[in-house]
Write a protein that binds this ligand. Sequence first.
Ligand SMILES: C[S@@+](CC[C@H](N)C(=O)[O-])C[C@H]1O[C@@H](n2cnc3c(N)ncnc32)[C@H](O)[C@@H]1O
Length: 357
Amino acid sequence: MTTLPFDTIFPGDCLEVLAQLPENSVDLVFADPPYNLQLSQELWRPNRTRVAAVEDGWDKFASFEEYDHFTRLWLSACHRVLKDTGTLWVIGTYHNIYRVGAILQELGFWILNDVVWLKTNPMPNFRGVRFTNAHETLIWAQKIKGAKYTFNHHAMKSLNDDLQMRSDWTLPLCTGKERLRVDGAKVHSTQKPEALLYRVLLSSTNPGDVVLDPFFGSGTTGAVARKLGRHFIGIERDETYIKIAQERIAAVEPAPEAAVNLRELRRQPRVPFGALLEAGLLQPGERLYFVKNESIIATILANGQLQCDSLTGSIHAVAKSLFDGAPANGWECWLYEKDGQMLVINTLRQIIQSEKA
Ligand SMILES: C[S@@+](CC[C@H](N)C(=O)[O-])C[C@H]1O[C@@H](n2cnc3c(N)ncnc32)[C@H](O)[C@@H]1O
């Protein structure tokens, strides 16, 4: 194969399929490999219902040596198909992640972060013999130490309410409507939450990039890739999962290009609210109306702050307080009056941006 077939799920063993893919061709690998959970006995809840644990054949290995051998093979194969600027994510638990981490270092990958996914709703330790196992670990590594790679710092910061995104991510397990079921039964025992992949893909790829998932399962990576305007290549050896993943991905509505092309947005010159006063587009003392309730009125101060009853602060800060602390983009939250019409102040920012561009 010399060119990559985008947005395809390859059936079969990942080692065989990876060997067919061209080298230096994918921007990102996300891998959710077998964890080798080594469960030796059934798990029961105190009310005598059986816990649906991961008992699938694909998760079973005869020994650590066999698991390590398999891990070395698929990681080397991913190393070959990754671009030199590419990065790789692997998710796992204490059962496997230390082994995976050591092997990927041996193979020359350079670890950039380990991220802890803290589960808000973990399964308890029913027998009460250990701590509740409430997290999984993701290792993020680059193919070549020191090479250029994608990290969308600003996107992550915005996603985190303007604070730098940390390496502990608190997210729920995949439950409710998102969990794929047939006749009430889960279709995949380890379906990952889309929120996790959203963060992975938004942080380390750009629109149009190619994401390879060699253990595709129910297609979570593909669904989020499609939503965010990224391409995917999946590999999965179970035909039932492939069919489910195909249907799932086909039902995803991709976000409009303008909404995911953040590099383009960032290229827009930054405009402080005060620039609207300096340009005479708004005047000190003029009134702005809160978008959710136009009876809430703020006065523009000469320094570019707003005063709204006892609140004084930036357009963002006052809006945030009015939204009870929820993140708010002030440019979308305030209206001004022009010729009897209420218009959002972002239209004035766009005038300045187009003059600067
Ligand atoms: C941990 S699950 C991945 C779940 C997936 N992230 C999701 O959200 O649905 C691992 C998947 O890899 C598949 N698998 C295991 N070994 C494989 C191999 N050698 N080649 C291809 N697929 C494999 C299994 O069938 C299983 O669906």
